[in-house]
Write a protein that binds this ligand. Structure first.
Ligand code: ADP
Ligand code: MG
Length: 740
């Protein structure tokens, strides 16, 4: 057997098993070694019957005291039983529907059973244990790997094949430079492959796990660093020579220290001839829009166009309105582009963008469509970034053309003297692999597409990403590893923390009374129902939401004005409903989660979230962020009759803290990183070993290692670094399935 031997040629693998293995991505003997266990069973200790811990899986050495007896109970249920003994005690072993046991176990023979010992009326017993002959144990007496499986492939089969492959094949080549292994005290690959499958003990397993986690994070960091490096050498538009003081005068409020800091950090980037790639992260209500406005103002003042992309039409419309109010006194017109606009309106905006007459456009992903072209796109802003794939950010950036004419008089053209060519390494990343742009993951695409923009390869616009999702630090380092980060860690003054309560159905009437009280005081109220657009499982259908709104309007609050908004409404209706609420014409807005992101109506002081248990904590926090935006005491009522202690504990977190970061950490703990953003959000290679929650230290080390390596050899051009570059390229480009 060698690494390329097809699995079908291995003993014990027939046609159907080979098919099953292929489903797991296993084709050759070499694949087996790279197939990682998802967990382990510690079967090292083998107990006597009386010593075995009750209720935990363990190995017990016994002798069959009788031939197994098979009893037919009823159709579809038969039971095979036997008594087993050791020197000191006895117990009963029961197998359900496993008739073959009669042929496999024999009186007087010794076996090792693996399973849970249970107490029944003071007697020990086991049900459906695994078993093997005590003379030739294979699974017991060691730490056994547990692999992800598929129908027809048992764990024993797979573990056996892996073990054989480990024995027979030459050890896989080392994939990290020797110097790194020494510097970071990492075990060599050959040892680690053995230990990750069949560890001798916990120490060996931890060493192997740490090494592979490091390796994954190292290559990921290296790739992201190369992308960042590439961009820092590219040419971007320069927005210089304009003090922000004039912008500050446009605002109806004074920026907080944190807002100012974020804006100044961005302005410093924008004044340089390299493109900005900055993430502004701030909890809901921290005032990110003003920072975006400042950047847009700088862009337009320097003769460039700005495009801002929002995830929903409601939000795009709201931004267009807010920004227009803010910037029009400075003579900056703000346009709107959404998919549902009338064709004639759209055409007007499109042509104004193309001629450069419109300096600033806010829109949905309609901005990405083919007909959209800019005269001099210099700044791309995406709001609530986690709702966009990185590739969408890239697609918008790709609309930036190298300017064909100089921007308005007196302003400097972008980056004279900026690099003329890509740094060699990045060049290889984006171009070394044919078809990279269409097949690669999103981060890769962003680079590739940006590089394609305009006539000159290395021109990219400035990019500002705004995220309201407080992302746990480890995760942010991964997802935004290629961006510089500003954090707005301060709320505008005068905000009172939202008070959050969790109530059951029994409180419904009192809750409606509270709605009435708030409205009497001049406030407004959101009532949110889970509906199909966000939450397919167990969601209300839109009919139910519409019906609920009708009942509220006609029966519960006949004297109040109740509006309704959901994602499937026509844009015009949606707009009208939002406008009426914003203007204070409706008292109560019944809605689906379309209001989750960014909607800003400071007079709203109460949000009621129906079936709150259906949402993740971070999403609830986002929803809650719709209130507490003005100077009134605000409330969030979570309605749930779910009695599960886990669910209640989860929801309680929200009643106890308003700190988005804490909530995000909790969410990550409860749901794991895979679910954190829902499916397909960040577009980075999946991590197989590294655990973002616990491997913070390893991640730091890996990032330092990547940075150190690139400092010494920025293009990874040394012959000994060739394999590293190859590996990064494959990681970022090769297998689309690896990008989730
Ligand atoms: P988010 O960070 O959630 O996008 P917004 O930009 O929508 O927050 O701002 C939330 C609200 O706070 C808006 O009504 C905005 O006008 C207001 N706001 C923003 N910055 C300040 C400030 N420095 N002082 C007072 N109010 C502010
Ligand atoms: Mg916002």
């Amino acid at each position: 057997m060698d690494v390329s031997t097809p699995l079908r040629e291995l003993p014990g693998v027939g046609e159907s098993r080979a098919k099953g293995l292929e489903k797991l991505g296993l084709r050759t003997a070499g694949d087996l070694v790279g197939y990682l266990p998802r967990s382990y069973e510690d079967r090292r200790q083998v107990y006597a019957i009386a010593e075995a811990p009750v209720g935990e899986p363990c190995c017990v050495r016994v002798m069959a005291a009788e031939e197994p007896r098979r009893m037919h109970i009823r159709r579809g249920l038969d039971v095979t039983r036997l008594k087993v003994v050791d020197g000191a005690s006895a117990m009963l072993v029961t197998f359900f529907n496993q008739g073959y046991v009669r042929q496999a176990l024999h009186r007087g023979e010794e076996y090792i059973l693996y399973g849970r010992v249970e107490l029944m009326g003071g007697h020990r017993q086991m049900t459906n244990p695994q078993f093997e002959e005590a003379e030739r144990p294979w699974a017991c007496g060691r730490i056994l790997p547990v692999y992800p499986l598929t129908a027809g492939i048992t764990n024993h089969l797979l573990a056996g094949l892996v073990e054989r492959a480990l024995h027979t094949l030459p050890p896989p080549a080392e994939t990290l430079p020797q110097a790194l292994l020494e510097q970071h005290h990492l075990a060599p690959a050959a040892d680690c492959w053995r230990s990750i499958h069949f560890p001798a003990d916990e120490t060996a397993l931890e060493a192997a796990r740490r090494r592979f986690a490091f390796e994954e994070l190292f290559y990921l960091s290296l790739g992201l660093a190369l992308l960042r490096e590439r961009r820092s050498q590219g040419r971007g538009p320069v927005f210089g020579e304009t003090g922000l003081e004039d912008f500050y005068k446009l605002l109806p409020f004074t920026l907080t220290g944190a807002q100012k800091r974020a804006l100044e950090e961005a302005a410093a980037d924008l004044a340089l001839p390299r493109p900005m790639n900055r993430l502004v992260q701030g909890d809901v209500g921290s005032g990110k829009t003003a920072v975006a406005a400042g950047c847009a103002w700088l862009a337009v003042r320097s003769g460039w166009q700005c495009a801002m992309m929002a995830p929903t039409e409601i939000l795009a419309e709201q931004h267009a309105k807010t920004l227009s109010a803010m910037l029009s006194p400075a003579g900056i017109e703000v346009g709107l582009l959404t998919g549902s606009m009338r064709a004639a309106e759209k055409r007007k905006v499109l042509s104004a963008l193309e001629t450069g007459a419109l300096p600033f456009v806010v829109g949905t992903h309609a901005l990405l469509s083919q007909g959209v072209a800019f005269r001099r796109l210099g700044l791309v802003i995406t709001d609530e970034q986690h709702r966009f794939g990185v590739e969408q950010r890239a697609a918008l950036a790709a609309k930036a053309n190298t300017p064909k004419d100089p921007p308005q008089a007196g302003r400097r053209l972008c980056g004279e003297g900026g690099g003329d060519s890509l740094p060699p390494a990045a060049d290889k990343i984006t171009k070394g692999c044919p078809g990279a742009a269409c097949r690669a993951g999103e981060v890769e695409q962003r680079a590739a597409l940006a590089a394609k923009a305009g006539g000159e390869e290395d021109f990219s616009p400035n990019v500002l990403v705004m995220s309201a999702t407080p992302i746990p630090r480890t995760l942010a380092l991964i997802i935004y590893g290629d961006l510089d980060v500003s954090v707005i860690d301060e709320l505008p003054p005068g905000r009172m923390p939202v008070k959050t309560v969790l109530v059951g159905e029994s409180k419904r009437q009192r809750m409606y009374g509270f709605v009435r009280d708030q409205v009497k005081e001049g406030r407004q109220v959101y009532i949110v129902c889970p509906a199909v657009e966000e939450n397919p499982e167990g969601a209300w259908d839109l009919k139910a939401v519409t019906e609920y709104a009708r009942v509220l309007a006609e029966q519960v609050f006949p004297d109040l004005r109740v509006g309704l908004v959901h994602g499937r409404m026509k844009a015009r209706e949606k707009e009208a409903a939002m406008a009426a609420f914003t203007a204070g014409e409706t008292h109560i807005l019944v809605s689906t989660t379309v209001i989750e992101v960014g909607v800003d109506v400071p007079n709203a002081s109460l949000i009621i979230i129906e079936n709150a248990d259906r949402y993740g904590l971070s999403q609830l926090h986002q929803l809650r962020g719709r209130v507490g935006r003005g100077s009134h005491q605000s409330w969030c009522v979570l309605v749930s009759d779910n009695r599960s202690p886990d669910t209640r504990a989860r929801l309680k977190v929200l009643t106890q803290t308003n700190d988005g970061f804490k909530i995000a950490e909790e969410d990550l703990k409860l749901r794991g990183p895979g679910d954190f953003f829902g499916a397909r959000q960040h577009g980075l290679p999946a991590l197989r070993v590294a655990d973002l929650e616990t491997d913070t230290r390893v991640l730091r080390e890996a990032q330092d290692a990547a940075a150190g390596l690139l400092a010494a050899d920025p293009g990874l051009e040394l012959p000994e670094h060739r394999p590293l570059l190859e590996r990064v390229r494959r990681l970022f480009a090769e297998d689309p399935d690896r990008f989730n």
